[in-house]
Structure formats: C-alpha cells, structure tokens
Design a protein around this ligand. Structure first.
Ligand SMILES: [Zn+2]
Ligand SMILES: [Zn+2]
Length: 263
C-alpha cells in the first residue's frame, strides 16, 4: 500500500514537472523557420516520428520537400506487461497505424523503411547488434541521400530512444554527402532527471511553430491514441502519461542542433 502510494505520488510529481518544463522551454527557446532541406526521420517505434516531429514533417511535405521515415522497431513489446497480446500482433497493428498516421502528415507507405529491430532491445554501443545496425542505417542514409537527419535526443529519457540516437550518430559518420543531425524529443520532459540543463545544451535548442499544420498532426496523433484499443483497453502504442500527450498537443515542437558533417 505504502509502495503504491509512493509510486503514484512520484508519478504525479513527474507529470507536473513534465508540463512545467514543456511550457517553460517553449517560452524560452528561439523560434526558427523551417529549412527547405530534404529530411529523414529515424523513429525507434511507430508514434515517435509524429509525437516528436509530426508538425515538422507536415510542414515540409506541404512545401513539397521530400521526407522519409525509418522505423527501427515495430513496437511489438508495448503490451507485454498489461494484457500479453502477442508481440507480432501488436507490431503489425502498430505498423498499420504508422502507415495511416504518416499519411495524415503527407507521407506514402513507400516513404517508410522498416528495420524490424527488437522492441525494447535496440542496442547501445558495444552491445550485440550495434555495429550491424550502424552499417544498415548508414547504407539506408546513403541510398536516400537526404540532408537533415532527425532522431531522438541522446538524452531523451527512454532506453530505445537513446540507443537509436547513438546508432544514428555512428551511422552519420560514414556518410559522404552533406548532412546535419537534428534531435527531437518525446520522453525528455517527463523522464530526464533534474536539472535538465545537465543533459541538454539549451543554446542549441530551437522551437518550431506548427500551428498551420496542427490539424494534420492532431489527426496523425489520433491514429495512434484513439484507434481501436488492445484487449486491456489501452492504445496499441501503450499506456502513455497524460503529461507526455499534453506536450505532443502543444502548438510547437522542440529541436536541438546536432553535428553537421561535410560542409
Ligand atoms: Zn518510442
Ligand atoms: Zn495491454
């Protein structure tokens, strides 16, 4: 009982902190106009591309700029503890939701690449599978030859997201074409320990005003959150904190400049 109360108190504090952080940083960061460079978004799981960068994708697509998404995992593990719905089944439903969600922001299924990595097991540097993932991603980047590479921030506060960021950083080092890495965030405001400034260089952060495409991002978000739920009653993407969803629904997105190569 005591432990349960402690957990719920901790979650309440995290939720309040998440909302305050999201509001505060949106108020501090400089707004930037979106570039007309082509882009590839690396998403650890279906939903990350929309939650973190769906407005950016919609704005680029409206301007006729090529955008692609690479999904590292299908996200089959999101119901392993609540209703034990089959991993493959959850993965295939989330994959279908990704096709529908990304269509809302102007992408076709041909614009999506699937790496089929194990959900919850995206490897960090030195772990089994890391080098192979780096090589595969570098090959895909080389094939697509897109200028901006969006991926989760290295301290996004969720293991698969942070591992994905490392894989992208390593893969990008192999590229010959001009490119720049730009980080988006999904879990950071909710999970990163305080002070956030220990992990985030706010001088490199900027804000994108997405109000002109808010309806498109909202439609895409609904595909993930409000489609027919899993047997446990939660969306197939899992049970997400309301405070995190609140951040997804803000009229802006937060990005950080990463490395620029070959310029
Ligand atoms: Zn994710
Ligand atoms: Zn479930």
């Amino acid at each position: 009982m005591l432990i349960k109360n402690y957990k719920s108190l901790k979650n309440t504090i995290k939720a309040i902190r998440c909302r305050l952080r999201r509001q505060f940083y949106a108020g501090c960061l400089q707004s930037r106009n979106l570039s007309s460079h082509s882009a590839v978004v690396v998403a650890p799981h279906p939903d990350d591309e929309i939650f973190g960068a769906g407005g950016m994708i919609a704005m680029k697509r409206e301007a006729g700029v090529p955008v692609r998404v690479i999904f590292l995992a299908e996200g089959g593990g999101s119901h392993s503890t609540c209703c034990a719905t089959d991993y493959e089944e959850v993965g295939s439903i989330r994959r279908q939701q990704a096709v529908e969600a990304t269509a809302c922001v102007g992408l076709q299924s041909d614009d999506l690449t699937w790496f089929n990595m194990r959900d919850g097991k995206i490897p960090f540097d030195g772990q089994y599978g890391f080098n192979e993932a780096v090589t595969n991603l570098a090959n895909e980047f080389e094939r697509l030859k897109l200028t901006e590479i969006y991926c989760p921030h290295p301290h996004d506060g969720f293991p698969d997201h942070e591992a994905a960021s490392r894989i992208v950083q390593h893969a990008a080092q192999h590229l010959k074409h001009i490119h720049r890495i730009i980080y988006y965030t999904v879990w950071a405001c909710y999970n990163t320990p305080s002070p956030m400034s220990k992990f985030f260089d706010w001088n490199t952060g900027w804000l994108l005003d997405i109000r002109t495409v808010a309806e498109k991002k909202d439609a895409a978000t609904q595909r993930y959150l409000n489609s027919k739920p899993a047997p446990c009653g939660y969306p197939y993407c899992g049970r997400l904190p309301k405070a995190l969803v609140h951040g997804v629904k803000m009229p802006n997105e937060i990005f950080f400049d990463g490395d620029v190569h070959n310029e």
